[in-house]
Structure formats: structure tokens, C-alpha cells
Design a protein around this ligand. Structure first.
Ligand SMILES: C[S@@+](CC[C@H](N)C(=O)[O-])C[C@H]1O[C@@H](n2cnc3c(N)ncnc32)[C@H](O)[C@@H]1O
Length: 202
């Protein structure tokens, strides 16, 4: 509920606040998450629909989000871009999709928002709705190992928590094994700050 409230407030400013990061960092790395993806694809925590330009052509894409206000923005973007996708109000920890439904499950900057106690339930739910030969790809923040960059991130952290309910140190990879998943790949896509986790059912 806390995240729903947070995003009810930030939704109308979200794209504006994120603009420098979107064009300075995210724009070039988002397509990597969708490389080779097709079939049934889930964009979990779709937000305002920033991944939409990179959705696979011919893919059957569903975007879910816990925030009606963020989904409303995603709907507008979908219409503007003429993207084919279904948008649904759902919690990633209990989606209601049938088991083994998706070929690809993609979540960009969702797990840095999920509280520690929601990390494992969310991964378990993604595993449940992913096909046995499917793939889960996450894009996440992490603290830099460079002391100067780390300090800057520490100074930013209270703002990021207040405005987005997010943190740079969720360590989602720690929950992967307990969720019944295998960490197939872990790759930094922007400095040593933003990384992609590729997970597969074990
Ligand atoms: C930081 S935004 C990222 C949005 C988008 N994926 C992007 O890359 O720009 C996180 C999104 O996750 C959504 N979210 C938070 N908790 C959620 C949950 N339990 N289930 C589904 N979506 C959730 C928020 O409402 C928000 O839209």
C-alpha cells in the first residue's frame, strides 16, 4: 500500500523527474532487456511505459503495475506510440496469471522499489508465471564500488527513498536461489551502477 501511495503522488511528475536519467542512462540500455524476446512478454512494474518503444514486434506484451496513476500514463504513451500491449492493474507478488504463461518476464527498476520482504515473494511469483524454458530479466541499481560515486549515491539515497520508495542496495540476487531460480547472467549495463540480472527456472 505504501508504494501505491508513493506512486499516486509521483506519477504526474515521474517522467519529468526522470528525464535526465532517461536520456543520460536508460534509453540506451532498455533495448538490451528486450533483445531476442518474443512470444508472451511481461513488463512487470510497467510504470509510465518507458520500455514501450523497445517491445518486440509481434510479441504479445502485457504491462502490469500496482499504481493506477502510473498505468494511466502508460496507457497514454501506448496510444501515442501505437504500441500493442495489454495493461493491467496487478501486484507483482500475486498476479493472478496462470502458471507458466510467459516466455519472457522483464522488470526494469521494479526490484529496487520492492521492500526487502517483498523480494522473495515477487521472484517466486515471476518464476510461477514464467514458462519452464522462459527467462526473467531484471534491471537494477547497485552502489558503485568507486568511493566518490558511492558517496554521491549515498547523498541521493534519501531523495530516492522519499520520492520513488526505492533503494540502491536491494541485493535482489541474494533471493534468487531461495526462489527456485538460477542466476544465468549478471552484467553491468551502465558503469558499475546499473546491472541486468538474467534468471532462469531451475
Ligand atoms: C521506478 S518505477 C519503474 C517504472 C518502469 N519500469 C521504468 O523502467 O521506468 C517502479 C514501478 O513499479 C511499480 N510497482 C511498485 N510496487 C509494485 C508491485 N508490488 N507490483 C507491481 N508494480 C509495482 C510502481 O508503481 C512503479 O510504476
Amino acid at each position: 500500500m505504501a508504494k501505491k501511495r508513493t506512486y499516486a503522488h509521483v506519477a504526474r511528475f515521474y517522467d519529468l523527474l526522470d528525464l535526465p536519467f532517461e536520456y543520460g542512462r536508460y534509453r540506451t540500455i532498455r533495448p538490451v532487456l528486450f533483445e531476442g524476446a518474443g512470444g508472451t512478454v511481461l513488463d512487470a512494474g510497467v510504470g509510465t511505459g518507458r520500455n514501450m518503444p523497445f517491445y518486440p514486434e509481434g510479441g504479445e506484451v502485457t504491462g502490469i503495475d500496482i499504481s493506477p496513476q502510473m498505468l494511466a500514463r502508460a496507457q497514454k504513451r501506448k496510444e501515442r506510440l501505437g504500441v500493442s500491449a495489454e495493461l493491467r492493474l496487478m501486484d507483482v507478488t500475486a498476479t493472478g496469471f496462470p502458471g507458466g504463461h510467459f516466455d519472457y518476464v522483464i522488470a526494469t527498476f521494479l526490484f529496487c522499489v520492492l521492500d526487502d520482504e517483498d523480494q522473495l515473494p515477487a521472484l517466486r511469483e515471476l518464476l510461477r508465471i514464467c514458462k519452464p524454458d522462459g527467462e526473467i530479466r531484471l534491471l537494477e541499481y547497485t552502489y558503485s564500488s568507486d568511493p566518490q560515486k558511492r558517496l554521491v549515491m549515498r547523498l541521493w539515497a534519501p531523495w530516492v527513498r522519499l520520492v520513488y520508495g526505492a533503494a540502491f542496495d536491494r541485493h535482489t540476487e541474494r533471493y534468487v536461489e531461495a526462489a527456485g531460480l538460477e542466476l544465468a547472467e549478471e552484467r553491468f549495463l551502465y558503469q558499475d551502477i546499473i546491472k541486468m540480472l538474467v534468471l532462469r527456472p531451475r
